[in-house]
Design a binder for this molecule. Structure first.
Ligand code: SF4
Length: 336
């Protein structure tokens, strides 16, 4: 049996499996027996390119340790031809060198979404500068042995934030702004910037920056209920707390960028309560026990025509279905 390695992605998949919206055979192949490693989707590839463009240079020598994403160059070059691709390959190994890639070349050769990511990467770098974000590390994998399982996280950026604007800052005198006289109203701050603090920053590129309906939509309205997004923040902060101790000062930010235009971006600071962190820890421990049981008894397949047609295990899977299942509709009398 492979060792259980709990990551936020695995937690999300296991939750889906428990809700019967993910097939157990696929879950097993991906996370337990690890006979399948999933190919990145186009959205994931774009995310990797964005991270590389935005953060690669912070690793010292871009294209070395951090590494360009493998696979196709951005978004299918507009028929750039092999020679041009080779030149780009060299340029992309360090896009921010003394003679960096030029905007006009990007616009001429990259497809629209990648052009957007190019400009968004520039925006992110300029925001880091404006907010005094001192990058300590990028793309770091942290693992901790918990006896019968490991917990794993990969943070995009660990940084000291020197000059993040305080969202509750008011220029009005505190008393006029509604603060209590003893100054204990936490919603009102007289400081323009937050105290310098250590933070994990996750950078995102998305086509859903204003979407409030989809599980991966980034509209602020209802964001606290979109577990598929929030779980990463809770999981990482809990792991930091676990490794560094309860009082370790830390914050978690999502820097979100649209890939459908080159302008829209948002920053969310996620602040899980102590209770939320404790509940998450309990959930992880419960999942491990549950998983051990599933590993002993075998994961339950949940085949369906739609699911199997999209599944990367389709060609080798004995439980795959190729025809619609029969759904029964019961009719009763009106009872009148
Ligand atoms: S092909 Fe269907 S049954 Fe087989 S692992 Fe995929 S979803 Fe499950």
């Amino acid at each position: 049996m492979s060792r259980i390695r709990m990551s936020q992605s695995m937690i999300k998949d296991y939750t889906d499996y428990r809700n019967k919206s993910l097939c157990g055979l696929y879950f097993d192949a991906r996370w337990i027996s690890r006979t399948h490693s999933s190919e990145p989707s186009e959205a994931m590839m774009m995310g990797r390119w964005f991270e590389y463009l935005a953060l690669g240079p912070y690793h010292g020598t871009a294209g070395s340790e951090y590494g360009m994403p493998s696979g196709d160059l951005p978004g299918g070059f507009k028929a750039a031809g092999r020679k041009a691709v080779a030149q780009w390959d060299e340029l992309l190994s360090n896009p921010w060198a003394n003679d960096p890639i030029k905007d006009e070349d990007v616009e001429a050769h990259w497809t629209a979404k990648y052009v957007n990511l190019w400009y968004q990467a520039k925006h992110l770098r300029s925001t880091f500068e404006a907010y005094g974000i001192e990058v300590i590390d990028v793309q770091k994998k942290i693992e901790k042995d918990h006896g019968k399982y490991d917990r794993v996280m990969v943070w995009d950026v660990l940084a000291i934030c020197h000059k993040i604007p305080d969202p509750s800052y008011t220029r009005k005198p505190l008393i006029l702004a509604g603060a209590k006289e003893d100054g204990d109203d936490l919603e009102i701050s007289s400081r323009p910037y937050l105290e310098p603090h250590l933070a994990i920053i996750d950078v995102k590129a998305t086509g859903l920056i204003d979407d409030k309906w989809k599980p991966y939509g980034w509209a602020q309205e209802g964001l606290e209920y979109r577990d598929k997004l929030m779980i990463q923040a809770v999981d990482y902060m809990d792991q930091v707390r676990d490794i560094k101790g309860e009082d370790y000062p830390s914050a978690f930010y999502f820097f979100v960028h649209s890939n459908t235009n080159s302008k829209d971006r948002k920053i969310y600071q996620i602040k899980p309560s102590q209770e939320a962190l404790d509940q998450h820890r309990e959930k992880v421990e419960y999942m491990v026990t549950d998983l051990e049981f599933e590993i002993q008894t075998g994961f339950i397949p949940y085949p369906s025509l739609e699911r199997c047609q999209e599944c990367p295990l389709l060609t080798t899977c004995e439980k795959a279905v190729y025809h619609p299942q029969i759904r029964t509709v019961y009719l009763t009398g009106s009872g009148s």
